[in-house]
Design a protein around this ligand. Structure first.
Ligand code: HEC
Length: 138
């Protein structure tokens, strides 16, 4: 009787083991099947290849855009541009509200060129550049 129990438990053990192995394999197959088609690719990631250029467009901060596109006029206040670091920004913000400033910056207003010469800036990037200039003027 003892040997029978021992044999039975040995068989059960083997069954349990094979069940675990099978479960792992099924799980792997499922994971393989539900893998996303696309992969997120960060700038500078070697595996991204040529996709990096497109991804890098979204990485600019408001400060980057101000430095590269807006500062040339807004840094010194040429042509009547509201100068960074002065109360001119608060006055315009109170007068028109942020949404209006963003719309005018996107479309251009008087001597302010559309998108402030940043032709490839998204609407959100223009907005963050404006927020940056306002923050620096408080
Ligand atoms: C070529 C010079 C120039 C550049 C470059 C420039 N601006 Fe301007 N901007 C102006 C001038 C001039 C005005 C004032 C327009 C007016 O009210 O007559 C102005 C006004 C603005 C205003 C206020 C609009 C309003 O309705 O009062 C915002 C916002 C603005 N600029 C954002 C930007 C941003 C963001 C950038 C960079 C992406 C930028 N500007 C680059 C010249 C420039």
């Amino acid at each position: 009787m003892k040997t029978l129990i021992a044999k039975a438990s040995a068989v059960l053990g083997v069954l349990a083991l094979s069940a675990t192995i099978q479960a792992a394999t099924v799980e792997e197959i499922i994971i393989e099947r539900i893998k996303p088609i696309g992969k997120v690719c960060l700038q500078g990631d070697a595996s991204c290849g040529s996709a990096t250029a497109a991804a890098s467009g979204g990485a600019r901060s408001g400060a980057d855009i101000v430095a590269s596109n807006c500062n040339s006029c807004h840094g010194s206040g040429v042509l009547g541009a509201p100068k960074i670091g002065t109360g001119e920004w608060a006055a315009r913000l109170n007068d028109k509200g942020l949404d209006m400033l963003v719309t005018n910056a996107i479309n251009g207003i008087n001597s302010m060129p559309p998108r402030g010469t940043c032709g490839d800036c998204s609407d959100d990037e223009i907005k963050s550049a404006i927020e940056e200039m306002i923050a620096k003027s408080e």
